[in-house]
Design a protein around this ligand. Structure first.
Ligand code: HEM
Length: 187
């Protein structure tokens, strides 16, 4: 199952900002639609006012048993009623990262950067889902998606600022930060 993020003129989420953290920007679009699909077509012809990113919710690569249990005990599902703020953060890591072995990457990801240990405290306020896209040939390796209630916006800023200081992030060569609010349909 593929998850598709289409930036354009319609969708369930209104885009409030698109900030290039590092690397090429993505064109601003007013709306984002998030859908699932059994199949994906070939990349669309690049357009100046629309884009499409595709990923799959894959199996974990680095998470150990005890961490999995800790995460499962506290994490929240996507789609909570009050979680009307969201962030889509597509990320690509450098060739230097991909040349490392799985073991070397785990050391940087967790032993040195504490990606899991230091972020557990942000759950369940921040609901998250990681989508892998490296093997689909898109411009990013990962599409990361987060949902939270508006009062937790500053908590989310603290979380991203913290991760961007880590050794893991020294391997990030393309990152865009898309912020969104849920469209409320009026009767
Ligand atoms: C809400 C708190 C967060 C928690 C609990 C969390 C947890 C995790 C876990 C468990 C993994 C590993 C999955 C695996 O075993 O393959 C992971 C991977 C990842 N996370 Fe987070 N994360 C959080 C926040 C973030 C944020 C805010 C970002 C982006 C700004 C982010 C970006 C990533 C990326 C890019 C990966 C893939 C790393 C790789 O495979 O090289 N995470 N996260």
């Amino acid at each position: 199952m593929f998850r598709m993020f289409r930036g354009g003129h319609s969708g369930g989420w209104r885009v409030t900002s698109i900030s290039p953290v590092v690397g090429e920007p993505l064109p601003f679009v007013p709306a984002l639609s998030v859908t699932d699909s059994e199949a994906i077509s070939l990349p669309l012809v690049p357009s100046r006012n629309a884009w499409r990113l595709v990923g799959v919710a894959s199996t974990p690569r680095y998470t150990e048993r005890a961490e999995k249990q800790q995460l499962t005990a506290v994490q929240a599902e996507l789609g909570r009623l009050g979680a009307t703020s969201a962030a889509l953060i597509p990320i690509r890591k450098s060739e230097a990262w991909w040349e490392l072995t799985q073991e070397e990457r785990r050391k940087i990801f967790e032993d040195k950067s504490h990606h899991i240990a230091s972020t557990l405290r942000f759950l369940p306020a921040i609901a998250r889902q990681l989508y892998h896209s490296r093997d689909l040939g898109g411009p990013f390796d990962f599409l990361t998606w987060f949902e939270f209630a508006p009062p937790d916006a500053s908590l989310f800023e603290e979380l991203v600022a913290m991760l961007r200081q880590t050794e893991e992030w020294s391997y990030v060569e393309h990152e865009i930060d898309v912020r969104l609010v849920k469209e409320v349909l009026s009767a």
